[in-house]
Design a binder for this molecule. Structure first.
Ligand code: SF4
Length: 300
């Protein structure tokens, strides 16, 4: 984020993010959600954000438990609404590193409208979507990313619905950073999370997180290819038109058993919504939140 941090610069240990009350996650053994937590704990110290300077906003789902396992400020909100809460928090206190998180059902289904408009407006935050191709917490129902033909309790004869294309949707909606990574690839995940948090604007990461409990047929997302490093892919991620083809290929191949990951698009020139607000004089230099706690503040 372009906005300066709240506290003094200092060395940060990843263990500072481990809570004393619930240090051991209760996710199922083998769940991909562990990979997100690990990558986040690795990336936050790298971007120089202390737990006090970090806000994690989550929706409903197994992914929402992330708040309990990351010792930062947190807001576990209602289904599909992590983005509007995160937007408000960033506007009120731009010095905070805001990370919003939720599952594919929460983010692309229930909160799909918020996703589209937060991308369009380029709000300065990182949005991590745990994509396991089902609803996990509620026991395996078909989600917006479930493959066509996927059998579940809600679609016992197989889903007749085509899955959403999250990367393409993000790009066409206006996100200024679009990436996919996988929980089985912790080094890449940490690197992409760091890049996303350092980016000024809406950074969307579609994070493949295997659910061995309810999506037993699903891929474990290995092996995977990093399109930024593979010789088979030659494109410029700063060029919107260039990014479209590898995105489409990535979305199709996921359902054919091939996993492609990497940073597909980034626009580092476009100002974030918060920067635009500041330029037109609608956002003060000091955090708005401080005004609410200042009894002597004279409102205009
Ligand atoms: Fe993870 Fe699936 Fe278990 Fe939820 S139900 S904790 S997504 S493995």
């Amino acid at each position: 984020s372009a906005f300066s941090a709240i506290g003094e610069e200092r060395e940060i240990d990843r263990n500072e993010y481990t809570p004393e009350i619930e240090p051991q996650p209760t996710w199922c053994p083998g769940c991909g959600d562990f990979g997100v937590l690990k990558a986040l704990k690795g990336a936050l110290p790298e971007v120089g954000r202390t737990p006090e300077e970090t806000l994690l906003v989550t929706g409903i789902g197994c992914s929402g438990k992330l708040n309990s396992y990351l010792d930062s400020y947190g807001f576990h909100t209602i289904h599909g609404r992590s983005l509007p809460v995160a937007r408000a928090a960033k506007l009120a206190n731009p010095g905070v590193e805001v990370v919003a998180a939720g599952g594919d059902g929460d983010g692309y289904g229930i909160g799909g409208n918020h996703f589209m408009h937060t991308a369009r407006e380029n709000h300065d935050m990182t949005y991590v979507v745990f994509n396991n191709e089902i609803f996990g917490l509620t026991k395996g129902q078909t989600s917006p990313t479930s493959p066509k033909g996927h059998k579940s309790k809600t679609q016992p004869h197989g889903s007749a619905k085509s899955p959403i294309r999250p990367l393409s949707l993000s790009l066409t909606s206006g996100a200024s950073f679009v990436a996919r990574t996988a929980a089985v690839n912790p080094n890449q995940a940490q690197r992409i999370l760091k890049e996303a948090m350092e980016h000024d604007g809406f950074a969307h990461i579609d994070f493949l997180t295997q659910c061995p409990t309810w999506n037993k047929d699903a891929k474990q997302y290995v092996p995977y290819t990093d399109i930024n490093e593979s010789d088979d892919y030659d494109f410029d991620p700063t060029n919107r038109a260039d990014a479209q083809e590898p995105m489409r290929e990535t979305e199709d191949k996921l359902y054919e058993g091939e996993v492609l990951t990497g940073v597909y698009y980034r626009d580092d020139e476009r100002p974030s919504y918060q920067q635009e607000k500041q330029q037109i004089g609608e956002m003060p230099d000091e955090p708005l939140a401080e005004r609410y706690f200042d009894d002597d503040y004279e409102w205009e």
